[in-house]
Design a protein around this ligand. Structure first.
Ligand code: NOJ
Length: 734
């Protein structure tokens, strides 16, 4: 018997897909659209093997670095099913596979998309070696409300920066050839509008206008699609009552018709079925039909597709062409990641692929480039005169906390804490006392009142959260310098990690206050998945480093910064508020017709404590000669400025270009929009001229039909070190 066309690697993919589709039964097709989860059982329960053998599984969510077990399953799919279609194995590799990097908003603070690209290319190599050919990343959602725990997975609050970072992540994961053993398929999530849940409560509904969708939430998905992303995940939320998984406008009209996306869309976990809970679909069958017809191709976990679609097709309720198209898209990606040619993972590759010295070195580099210096009264870098350091706080020596909200295949034992990093950095030159001081406890004991409401039980729980003030105070008093390591635990960040307060958790504030009262200079290092509202901590500290969730090289990277071996260069990818009541707070909001005086009636400023783009280093830069130079010979005008390092140390400055269109008849445009940046490294006394051409890509917006428009008229233009500073230049675009 001759080899069927779909198995012939010399034939083009589209021809092979057509051939394969023509051989498939409806049930086999639906199997391709079904994704199941491998639980924690090892060996696999027999029903899994049975499902695969019957051709009912197209994909596994596979959270384990066990290529042998994965191959066992794949062997059933390839050798024991009628057509031998391989399974695609996907996993949440978000900020590292085994080498865990800083979380995405931290890496975005580098303002260096190439850093992201390299980090994800390392993650791809390690994940491939673990038997994964598909990752559920990058997360393209725009940070809007920091009560929402998943800001810890975003690239921050700015669509421009976010677009560059997400496109870079796609390039890192997929490389030039997603079928190579170094690359894999990326998945853009969560499409779309998931990041504006009411009250910051994860999974809740959103209201987003077409204008805001087009100009704030979609650009980063669009950029990542243009970078070649092979898959997209639809989100849990509903926009204006329409669940994202069943939204034809976003999934088909925009994604397919406008952007020409050719890969497949997978739902989020059980989201197809949840359209019933939303009160949108009337039952499972309705849910499946509405979702697949809207353009959602694969069903993650709900099994609604494989249980209900065949009957609906047979009853004439759903055209088989819709199913065929979804299957075609899934098969296309399977071909593109090389599964038909190489269905099995190399079982001996993992150990030599992970934690390679160059991966670890790079992870350290990432920490230094993503930790933001928010305040420094001169205490940093640590002076040579300092002999005794007290490192106090629950984040100072906790390996697990360094890993962040997703840990892929990361292991606690790989992480270097700040205590460990400082010991290696300073050795016997400094005596280091490490005091935990208190736990990071976050779960208050709750009690139910007679009326059925639930309140915090103030009388319970304190003992679990023992705070050891006396030991901390003793250590602080004996030290020349105190480093406080405080923050929010990783367990309350990421998915489901919504918070109503944005303070340091448990009894850390009490600990901090007792230590600060000792009168020693305090350097505070904050570990967190989101900006926190901690004005008192900031005011009482001599210096503040915002370390996010830094990954396994936390301690080494932070020690590089504290010692001054490396100067900080990161800039905030998300604004930091004073108080939680200001949230949602982001720099790129609209200008109103009314002035509020800049303060709430209870005295809290309406501005951020630190705006987007803010960050200090160990030297100072001066901006001068900022002007607009008109373009010659048909070239666009340019905004230019001279930047000089006027300090005594070398440093990197991130020069930022913001614009505002003063009158736009489509709809008002935000107060400021980042449209360019340049990182310049300058030695003391050195200066450089920075130029930003003011072309259509800089001045434009997207109208409600998806067209890029550039209007003639007046613009404000800023070249500044961060949002909301500096004088605007006026530019008239003719
Ligand atoms: C639910 C999350 O929302 C999504 O980000 C993740 O990729 C899937 N679960 C799979 O684990």
């Amino acid at each position: 018997m001759s080899t069927p066309c779909y198995k012939n690697s010399k034939q083009p993919f589209e021809k092979r897909i057509k051939d394969l589709l023509s051989r498939m039964t409806l049930e086999e097709k639906l199997g391709q659209l079904n994704q199941i989860y491998r639980g924690h059982e090892n060996p696999l329960p027999p029903e899994f093997a049975g499902q695969v053998r019957k051709g009912e599984v197209g994909s596994f969510i596979w959270g384990y670095a066990q290529p042998e077990l994965r191959n066992q399953i794949q062997r059933i799919a390839v050798e024991e099913t009628r057509l031998g279609i391989p399974i695609i194995f996907g996993n949440d590799i978000i900020h590292g596979a085994r080498t865990i990097f800083p979380i995405a908003p931290a890496l975005a603070c580098s303002f260096d998309p190439e850093l992201f690209e390299r980090a994800q290319s390392i993650a791809a190599k390690e994940a491939r070696a673990a038997g994964i050919e598909w990752v559920f990343a990058p997360m393209c959602d725009l940070a809007r409300d920091i009560r929402w725990g998943r800001v810890a997975e975003t690239c921050g609050e700015d669509p421009f920066l976010s677009s560059l970072c997400n496109a870079a992540q796609v390039r890192g994961f997929q490389g030039k050839d997603p079928s190579s053993n170094k690359n894999l398929a990326a998945c853009l999530k969560h499409y779309v509008g998931y990041s504006c849940p009411r009250g910051g409560r994860d999974y809740s509904d959103t209201e987003i206008t077409e204008w805001t969708l087009r100009n704030s939430h979609l650009p980063s998905f669009h950029a990542a699609i243009d970078a070649g992303a092979l898959t997209v995940m639809s989100s849990f939320n509903a926009i204006g009552g329409v669940p994202a998984v069943a939204n034809r406008h976003t999934l088909t009209e925009i994604l397919r018709d406008e952007w020409k996306f050719k890969g497949f869309v997978v739902s989020d976990w059980n989201a197809v079925k949840e359209t019933v809970s939303w009160g949108y679909a009337k039952d499972d069958a309705d849910a499946a039909r509405l979702s697949i017809c809207a353009g959602n191709d694969m069903d993650m976990l709900s099994t609604s597709y494989c249980r209900t679609i065949a009957k609906q097709v047979k009853d004439g309720l759903l055209p088989v062409a819709v199913v065929n198209e979804a299957v075609r898209r899934v098969l296309r990606v399977k071909f593109m990641v090389g599964l038909f040619e190489k269905p099995y993972a190399d079982e001996s590759a993992y150990e030599s692929a992970i934690l390679r010295p160059e991966h670890i070195e790079f992870a350290r580099d990432c920490v230094t480039k993503s930790t933001v210096l928010l305040k420094n009264d001169g205490v940093l870098p640590i002076s040579k005169k300092v002999r005794k350091i007290a490192l106090i706080g629950p984040f100072g020596d906790d390996q697990s906390e360094m890993l962040g909200c997703w840990q892929g295949f990361g292991e606690t034992k790989d992480a270097v804490t700040l205590a460990q990093g400082l010991k290696v950095k300073f050795g016997s030159k400094i005596s280091l006392t490490v005091v935990k001081g208190c736990s990071v406890q976050t779960q208050p004991r709750m009690k139910t009142l007679q009326d059925g409401s639930t309140v915090v039980d103030e009388s319970a729980g304190k003992d679990d959260d023992a705070v050891n003030l006396s030991e901390a105070v003793r250590a602080a008093k004996a030290a020349d310098l105190v480093i406080m390591a405080v923050g929010e635990p990783r367990g309350i960040t990421g998915e489901g990690g919504s918070r109503a307060t944005l303070t340091i958790t448990g009894r850390q504030q009490e600990l901090f206050d007792a230590v600060a009262a000792c009168g020693k200079p305090v350097v505070t290092v904050v570990f967190s998945g989101r900006p926190l509202s901690i004005p008192a901590v900031i005011e009482k500290s001599s210096a503040v480093l915002f370390a996010w969730q830094p990954g396994i090289q936390a301690g080494n990277g932070l020690s590089d910064l504290l010692s001054g071996d490396v100067a900080p260069s990161a800039r905030l990818s998300i604004s930091v508020p004073y108080e939680v009541g200001q949230v949602p707070l982001y720099y790129n909001h609209y200008v109103t017709g009314r002035r509020t005086g800049g303060v709430y009636r209870d005295g809290v400023p309406t501005a951020a404590r630190f705006w987007f783009g803010y960050g200090l280093t160990y030297t100072k830069f001066e901006y001068s000669d900022i002007k607009i130079v008109s373009g010659k010979k048909g070239k666009p005008a340019e905004a230019v400025a001279t930047i000089r390092n006027k300090g005594r140390r070398k440093g990197v400055e991130t020069v930022q270009l913001y614009i505002r269109q003063l009158a736009c008849n489509e709809a008002a445009r935000p107060m400021q929009e980042l449209r360019g940046f340049k990182r310049v490294a300058l030695k003391p006394g050195e200066s450089v001229k920075v130029r930003f051409p003011l072309g259509g890509d800089v001045l434009g917006y997207v109208d409600c039909k998806g067209r890029t428009c550039v209007d003639k008229g007046d613009f404000h233009v800023w070249i500044t070190p961060h949002a909301r500073c500096g004088e605007a230049l006026v530019y008239v675009h003719k």
